[in-house]
Design a protein around this ligand. Sequence first.
Ligand SMILES: Nc1nc2c(ncn2[C@@H]2O[C@H](COP(=O)(O)OP(=O)(O)OP(=O)(O)O)[C@@H](O)[C@H]2O)c(=O)[nH]1
Length: 205
Amino acid sequence: MNEMKIAVLGGEGVGKSALIVRFLTRRFIGEYASSSECVYRKCLSVDGRQVHLELYDPCSQACEGKSALKSQIHWADGFILVYDISDHSSFLAVKAIVHLIRELHHGSAKRNVVSPIFLVGNKQDLCHMREVQREEGQRLAAEFHCQFYELSVAEHYQEVALIFSKMVQQASLGSKAKERRRRPSGSKSMVKLINNVFGKRRKSV
Ligand SMILES: Nc1nc2c(ncn2[C@@H]2O[C@H](COP(=O)(O)OP(=O)(O)OP(=O)(O)O)[C@@H](O)[C@H]2O)c(=O)[nH]1
């Protein structure tokens, strides 16, 4: 079975966990308990073959700092970078992450492998509070050869599922030749995911 490692990165509270949980459970859960980073695992059938998917969800509060980010970047085969369209600082955060990914890969053994990066503007349902224009996201995506999506994890399941299946397809193109890299600590089963969803720390929309 092929293995694939996808890191879902972005600023605090942009909806990274919501995106992953939406993909794994089809449900949008408005409140989470997530006090630590984790790796979710899922087996997927893509183009007739089984893929063992690992999804890394950092905890922004626990994993701040460039060195943590660098190890996440070295670990992953592909990246889903999430920002909140109603928060311009979250866009600047993903911009910095894109730069860092391309910079690190340029100077590493991965320089011949273009790891896919998907740029996702989340919380489209908050467009009345929009601070990041769609064109701004598209421009950044074009500059760094990323795929661009704008959506609302709260409202759109099909788009979320599409993002992950496209990511798996793209990442699998380059993954065969890749060296396996150190992975961030921590892993979560579906049971822990469910506990997280109904856990202690509560967030509201
Ligand atoms: N309105 C709206 N709220 C959303 C959407 N997606 C996520 N949220 C809310 O945004 C808040 C943060 O979501 P999380 O998924 O915890 O964000 P995160 O990026 O994992 O947060 P950290 O791990 O703390 O960095 C929660 O209150 C979610 O309910 C969306 O599409 N629309």
